[in-house]
Design a protein around this ligand. Structure first.
Ligand SMILES: Nc1nc2c(ncn2[C@@H]2O[C@H](COP(=O)(O)OP(=O)(O)OP(=O)(O)O)[C@@H](O)[C@H]2O)c(=O)[nH]1
Length: 208
């Protein structure tokens, strides 16, 4: 087995069932799983190399459990993250409140972590506009206020999913110089993982 080096730790945060696992599945395996919803327990990890210009940046993505039961555990996973994808379901108002909660946490505890505010399930809204509960402009205003990138995605159709992770890798690459000068060392820097094809699953727990 060859080794894969993780450059940047990325954490997925958000209320349960907003679609964090589906985003990772779509991005890494180009698929959308249908069937009964299985909630994440603890967290799952995958490392994924991304081409950025002439470089390859490997993102180490932690997919956390959204259930409040696992809140304390999720805090462990955002430590040292260079990027957080904070998800809300555009058809669920309470998920936006939960996104605000995670943003506050990150602002208080991880000042070097760049935030990506991600509205999920855009396909549902395309099918029926009355399902939208979070106004696009309100979400964009919030993102501007906190200096976050805002994107609306669908893991079902793949809309904006590749673009989101590509943007994360590109932003990391742009800020890599500061990183190399030791501005913000993370736990994940220099971690070597065993490679399996183009990604490696460290752990993945779902409830049946
Ligand atoms: N229509 C539609 N459904 C989605 C989309 N993304 C996720 N879902 C559905 O939403 C449910 C929850 O998705 P998950 O990806 O498991 O959500 P999660 O945020 O990882 O949930 P936890 O593990 O509980 O934190 C599943 O039934 C998915 O099929 C999407 O883009 N469009």
């Amino acid at each position: 087995m060859s080794a894969m080096r993780v450059d940047a730790k990325v954490v997925m945060l958000g209320k349960e069932s907003v679609g964090k696992t589906s985003l990772v599945e779509r991005y890494v395996h180009h698929r959308f799983l249908v069937g009964p919803y299985q909630n994440t327990i603890g967290a799952a990890f995958v490392a994924k190399p991304i081409q950025v210009g002439e470089k390859v940046i490997t993102l180490g993505i932690w997919d956390t459990a959204g259930s409040e039961r696992y809140e304390a555990m999720s805090r462990i996973y955002y430590r040292g993250a260079r990027a957080a994808i904070v998800c809300y379901d555009m058809t669920d108002t309470s998920s936006f409140q939960r996104a605000r909660f995670w943003v506050k946490e990150l602002q208080n505890c991880e000042e070097h972590c760049k935030i990506y505010l991600c509205g999920t399930k855009s396909d549902l809204i395309q099918g029926d506009r009355s399902l939208r509960q979070i106004d696009h402009h309100d979400a964009q205003d919030f993102a501007d206020e906190i200096g976050a990138v805002h994107v609306e995605t669908s893991s079902k159709t793949g809309n904006n999913v590749d673009e989101l992770f590509q943007r994360v890798a590109e932003d990391y690459n742009t800020s890599a110089f500061q990183y190399m000068t030791g501005d913000c060392p993370t736990e994940e820097t220099g971690v070597d993982l065993d490679q399996k094809k183009d990604s490696y699953f460290y752990s993945c727990c779902h409830n049946n």
